[in-house]
Design a protein. Sequence first.
Length: 229
Amino acid sequence: MEFVPHILLVEDEAKVAAFIKKGLERQGFTVKIAVDGKEGKQSFEEHTYDLIMLDVNLPYMDGVTLATHIRTQNTQIPILMLTALDTTADKLAGFDAGVDDYLVKPFDFMELVARLKALLKRATKTAGPTNILRVADLELDLDQKLARRGGQTIELTAKEFALLEYLMRNRGRVVSKVDIAEKVWDIDFDTGTNFIEVYINYLRKKIETDTANKLIHTVVGMGYTLKEK
């Protein structure tokens, strides 16, 4: 199956974002647009992307701050910064935040495509396994079916792994017992049973026993969420 790169574009200028999205999709990319820094942060945390493109001057959270946050969560994903700012100081601020490349507006579209392909090629060569979910120091390797916390392998059953994967894919969101029953067990939730609480406790004992940084949180009356404090 041909690899289709998934790109998150964080750009508040609607016409620019639409132009880039349309052009890249013609080149075989899949593009998701976020219109401000907070939306970009949320989209990055809730979905898996192969590359991030972002502007510097974004509402609610600027591009440098967003890039810094992304780097704390994922050290491998390529980040390309698009901006009208062309000073050396501006570029250094971006690189210090973990940006891999910098393209000044206005730019030649085919140069953008070439840079994106180069970043993706470099990431493929250097990143190693890419099918990995990460939250804080918790990793879930979907290819090898392995869980690690702080570099230590954690033994999980198939259902524990599936439950943890669902929670990590929905990091920061509150998922109900109904959601978990349907998505992980493929059944309708029976309010007279407590099997979901049982499995949540199994996970907690395995991934949180030796650390003060708890990741699985109960939201009373609503469900569970996996996130850093």
